[in-house]
Design a protein around this ligand. Structure first.
Ligand SMILES: Nc1ncnc2c1ncn2[C@@H]1O[C@H](COP(=O)(O)OP(=O)(O)OP(=O)(O)O)[C@@H](O)[C@H]1O
Ligand SMILES: [Mg+2]
Length: 605
């Protein structure tokens, strides 16, 4: 580990020993002797000042260029080969970016944005990258005009506040119980996806699943209250946990369906047990149903010949007693997260009880929710009230090549399984991703029932609104303080403010370009419409022409758009604040391995 002594003229640091695995080029002069003192390693992996900013912006633009063609209904798919030889076929922004191996730190940062968007909203992962890159690109001209990044950032803050105000003004409320309206929204989101051919079916699947899971959330369970940081009135719809997608290659996509209950990739443990039970009484355990052996080496000493046999008998009796205790509550089906010994299976069979072993913890939780059972972790603690009776039928079916236990339909499921069928694994994976998007959209609308016009209409409305604010010289006051410094756009901030307005147009422009239209003509016309307060006009992504979204019927969740804006502006603000890129760990470049350095990436463009 290199050790350096910092001999800076600054008294504060003089004589301090700085220890770090690897420092990079930087030196200062010893005031006494005038000789340079090297503080960091003299490696070339460092960029500072304007060069670093330009490099970051170029990297961000490069990332956006990769997925620009994936926006909108006429989007292209990307085929990505992973190092293991598998292929990924998708047009989902996040799915593409997370597979790409990038070296530039700013590019990595951009990819993080898309991941955040995916986790937060599940949709808009392409838009956020395209928008962030566009905002950054437009800040380049501001930097070239020698406007300090701090001024640009302050203008961006004001622009974001104004933009959120515009979204609030344009947004319209939606009735989340109106299935037709909800289907329309989910359809809009799925229209840009591979599954758009089956969009009717997929929308229904997504909406059914979210409705089933949403029932669960309205119940303010003590558990959800304890874990939720929000007020108890905020519903949290945990699709990831309670709506499981089971993908089985084979059949056709039309065979996909939502199971109002649980489906497990498990068979019963003994062939003699019942494979079909009406109104089963279900017991859920998370303990092993076998004789518990000593944890470490166990020695037993016997003095009489019969003692060995007795010891064996005792083991058997323990298992038998365990099974008897369980069967006393009158059950038909026992599921445990651990193992079930052959002997226990034998006794269960005698009591005509079916069992399934080694169920995943997450599956067990979902079953508990769906059938109304409680998971018990000691057989002795099992009570009548722990038995689940909310399931009408349990059956084991052979689908494709495998056996599946299906517990459905349930009276009030609150958790569900979506069975996806399709021609191949790759296609099923893409259908799964699309379905997740659709479910996220439905969830977002239920959580925040406000809609904004799609097809670039809201982005154009924000762009035009920002331009008008720049002309006025004021933005929407925060917390009612009018006329204060935060609400006035100063002369020097006007440029960056307008740059955000211009950057917003990237979404309608890309939609027109992807549809093969004439971007300049359409955008000029669209801008004119918005200037005369027709804020629902946008681009028809199929034809590249202007349409009124009220007639076209493309509405999107406002929460997704708000999140896109916030994330994109935040990312731009952060990257602009960087004026030095220093690499902390030097790669072994001599060995020929390692990823290219930022400069190489720049040159390669
Ligand atoms: N039929 C359509 N006509 C015009 N624009 C559309 C249409 N369908 C969707 N859009 C627009 O396309 C954009 C969304 O595109 P897309 O779904 O490909 O990307 P994303 O939502 O940003 O990312 P992802 O879905 O990959 O997470 C939105 O701005 C939406 O308004
Ligand atoms: Mg989308």
């Amino acid at each position: 580990m290199p050790l350096c002594i910092y001999l800076a003229p600054d008294k504060k640091f003089r004589g301090r020993v700085l220890r770090r695995s690897n420092f990079h080029t930087s030196h200062c002069y010893d005031p006494m002797s005038g000789t340079p003192v090297f503080v960091m390693n003299t490696a070339p992996e460092r960029q500072s000042g304007r060069k670093a900013q330009i490099s970051n912006i170029t990297a961000a633009k490069t990332v956006a260029d990769v997925i620009r063609t994936c926006l909108g209904p006429k989007s292209m798919l990307k085929m990505i080969l992973d190092p293991m030889g598998g292929i990924l076929l998708t047009n989902d922004g996040n799915a593409i970016l997370r597979e790409i191996d990038v070296a530039h730190p700013a590019a990595k940062n951009m990819i993080e944005l898309s991941r955040t968007q995916d986790e937060e909203c599940g949709d808009g992962t392409t838009s956020v990258i395209v928008l962030a890159a566009s905002i950054l690109a437009s800040s380049l001209s501001q930097l070239e005009r020698d406007i300090h990044p701090v001024v640009i950032i302050s203008a961006y803050n004001k622009a974001l506040r104004e933009a959120l105000g515009i979204i609030d003004r344009v947004a319209i409320p939606v009735n989340v119980n109106d299935d037709e309206q909800m289907l329309g929204i989910v359809k809009g989101a799925l229209g840009t996806k591979f599954v758009s051919r089956w969009s009717e079916l997929m929308c229904k699947l997504a909406l059914d699943a979210v409705h089933i899971v949403a029932q669960n959330s309205q119940l303010t369970s003590p558990e959800s209250q304890a874990t939720s940081t929000f007020s108890s009135t905020t519903p949290t719809i945990d699709i990831k946990r309670y709506a499981r997608v089971e993908k089985i290659p084979g059949g056709s996509i039309e065979d996909s369906r939502v199971i109002r209950g649980i489906m497990l990739n498990k068979d019963i443990t003994h062939p003699g047990m019942r494979r079909r039970i009406q109104n089963p009484r279900i017991v859920l355990l998370d303990c092993p149903l076998e004789y518990k052996k000593g944890e470490s080496q166990t020695n037993m000493e016997f003095s009489k010949a019969g003692d060995w046999a007795r010891a064996q008998e005792v083991e058997e009796e323990v298992v038998k007693a365990m099974v008897e205790t369980i069967c006393q509550v009158g059950c038909d089906l026992v599921l445990t997260e651990k193992g079930i010994s052959d002997l226990a299976q034998h006794h269960f069979l005698k009591h005509n009880v079916s069992c399934i072993r080694r169920v995943r913890k997450s599956d067990n939780n979902r079953i508990a929710l769906a059938v109304g059972a409680t998971i018990v972790n000691r057989v002795e603690d099992l009570r009548e009230s722990d038995v689940g009776t909310g399931c009408e039928e349990m059956r084991v079916d052979k689908i494709g090549d495998e056996y599946f236990a299906i517990l459905a339909p349930c009276t009030s499921p609150r958790a569900c399984t979506i069975l996806l069928r399709g021609p191949s694994k790759d296609i099923l994976n893409e259908v799964d991703r699309n379905l997740q998007d659709a479910m996220s959209v439905a969830r977002n609308v239920i959580m925040d029932p406000r809609l904004v016009p799609g097809g670039g209409a809201i982005e154009m409305a924000v762009g035009v609104g920002l331009a008008q604010a720049a002309k006025r010289g004021t933005v929407k006051p925060s917390q009612g303080k009018e006329g204060t410094k935060e609400n006035i756009i100063t002369g020097v901030e006007t440029g960056p403010f307008l740059a955000v307005a211009e950057a917003m147009e990237v979404i309608p422009r890309t939609l027109v370009q992807n549809a093969g239209g004439n971007a300049i003509r359409v955008l000029t016309e669209l801008r004119a419409k918005h200037t005369s307060s027709m804020s629902t006009f946008g681009v028809n992504g199929d034809t590249g022409k202007i349409v009124d979204m009220k007639e076209y019927g493309l509405w999107e969740s406002a929460s997704v758009k708000v999140q896109i804006l916030k994330t994109a502006v935040e990312a731009a603000r952060m990257l602009l604040r960087v004026d030095d890129v220093v690499q902390a760990v030097r790669k072994e470049r001599e060995s020929g391995g390692g990823a290219p350095m930022p400069e190489e990436m720049m040159e390669a463009q």
